[in-house]
Design a protein around this ligand. Structure first.
Ligand code: CA
Length: 414
């Protein structure tokens, strides 16, 4: 499909990241009516109030948007997703709809964004070969960096759904059990090795039945869309607790997602073949289907670009992750969120975590203000943004996931 242009009266530049080929969904309130949450669609520098627009132009689907969050629309299924996207595209590209929607466009500077959906289960994968290799070398210097299972299945752990927060929410530095270098016993102290992880997240809409598998080829029927994820990580807590059952408190104190969910339908031009499909795989992971994604992430620390991780290098695609997480008959729920794991490319300026960029603090990062960082400091702000390949070679946007570190509640307080 070629790029449809926004209607002239909307004044959306052709290369705007939120042009008519993007149309991501979110939950917002107008700052003048903060208690009234609405479902919105980003278009240029405005947000279309879809809750109101559906009442006016698409009454048969209006109930899907009345709650002001995406839960009902996610559950409505892929037929509803396609219908609504087609309708919105028409409203925004054909001049005759101006009168019907012009008063429903809210300037982006006047909106407050909320968590777009109720997060059901949260799973985090580990799908970048570069990241898994880098971390393996740093956490286990005397062992093979990739564990024997890594090339055979997409490794993951279950995270904490209730602490997934929307972009802009402050992140409090955690405290916990930490074993200082050279010590034999742990202490209860403030995290000194706070890190970010730049990832993509995949949002499940249509549930599945317990006991039934979902095939990789069914991804578009179950996964509604994609967001950005920052899996904040306390490396000193993680390093002491993670053997043998994996990350727990070193990750669960907060996970930031972007406020906009980009529909999978917007990514048809971004699909690429994941490297794993050229290896020997068990049958449920070997199903053909190019669901790797040409999405480039950008990570900034206090406004300075520190990395540009490419998602196209990821070993496992979200379709393979979906097949794997249901292969035992585990069911999907509306609102399930599965994240990709840190996105890291082969070059140091493509690493998706500070741990990799600074080699666990051994080579501190220099910032333009003359300061250095081995790990995140209080007051630091990390912003992850991304664009994907769209129609006609354009880039379409996913928005951003931002978070600022605030000081810990000291371990001896409260
Ligand atoms: Ca992670």
């Amino acid at each position: 499909m070629a790029l449809a242009r926004a209607a002239d009266w909307l004044n959306v530049p052709r290369d705007h990241p939120f042009g008519p080929a993007s149309l991501p969904y979110g939950s917002f309130s107008d700052v003048r009516h903060p208690a009234m949450r609405r479902v919105g669609v980003a278009i240029g520098d405005h947000v279309l109030d879809l809750s109101a627009a559906a009442d006016r132009l698409l009454p048969g689907r209006a109930a899907d948007f009345r709650s002001g969050c995406l839960d009902e629309f996610l559950a409505a299924g892929d037929g509803a997703w396609a219908q609504v996207r087609a309708e919105i595209t028409t409203w925004l590209t054909e001049g005759r709809y101006r009168q019907a929607i012009e008063d429903l466009l809210v300037p982006a500077e006047n909106v407050c964004m909320h968590l777009p959906f109720t997060v059901a289960d949260y799973v985090d994968f580990y799908a970048s070969e570069q990241h898994a290799t880098n971390v393996g070398r740093l956490f286990r210097p005397d062992a093979e960096p990739l564990t024997p299972n890594w090339r055979h299945l997409p490794i993951a752990y279950h995270g904490r759904a209730g602490t997934v927060v929307v972009s802009g929410t402050p992140i409090q530095r955690p405290c916990g059990q930490i074993r200082p270098a050279g010590a034999t016993a742990p202490a209860y102290q403030t995290c000194a090795r706070l890190d970010f992880e730049a990832e993509l997240g995949f949002v499940v809409g249509t549930p599945s039945v317990l006991g039934e598998r979902v095939r990789a080829g069914q991804i578009a029927q179950h996964v509604f869309g994609v967001c950005l994820v920052n899996d904040w990580s306390a490396r000193d807590i993680q390093g002491w607790e993670y053997v043998p059952l994996g990350p727990f408190l070193g990750k669960s104190f907060g996970t930031t997602i972007s406020p906009w969910i980009l529909p999978l339908a917007a990514l048809e031009h971004a699909r690429v073949r994941p490297p794993s499909l050229d290896t020997d795989l068990v049958s449920y992971l070997a199903e053909p289907g190019d669901w790797g994604l040409d999405i480039e992430l950008t990570v900034t620390l206090n406004g300075h670009v520190v990395s540009r991780p490419p998602y196209s290098a990821m070993h496992w695609s979200p379709a393979q992750m979906l097949a794997h997480l249901t292969v035992n008959g585990a069911s999907l729920r509306t609102g399930d969120l599965f994240a990709s794991g840190t996105v890291s490319g082969p070059r140091p300026d493509q690493y998706g975590s500070l741990m990799e960029i600074t080699r666990a603090g051994q080579e501190p990062l220099k910032l333009p203000d003359g300061s250095t960082r081995s790990w995140l400091e209080d007051g630091d702000e990390v912003v992850i943004s991304a664009t994907a390949t769209g129609p006609d070679g354009m880039r379409i946007g996913l928005g951003d996931a931002r978070g600022q570190i605030v000081p810990a509640l000291p371990p001896n307080a409260g």
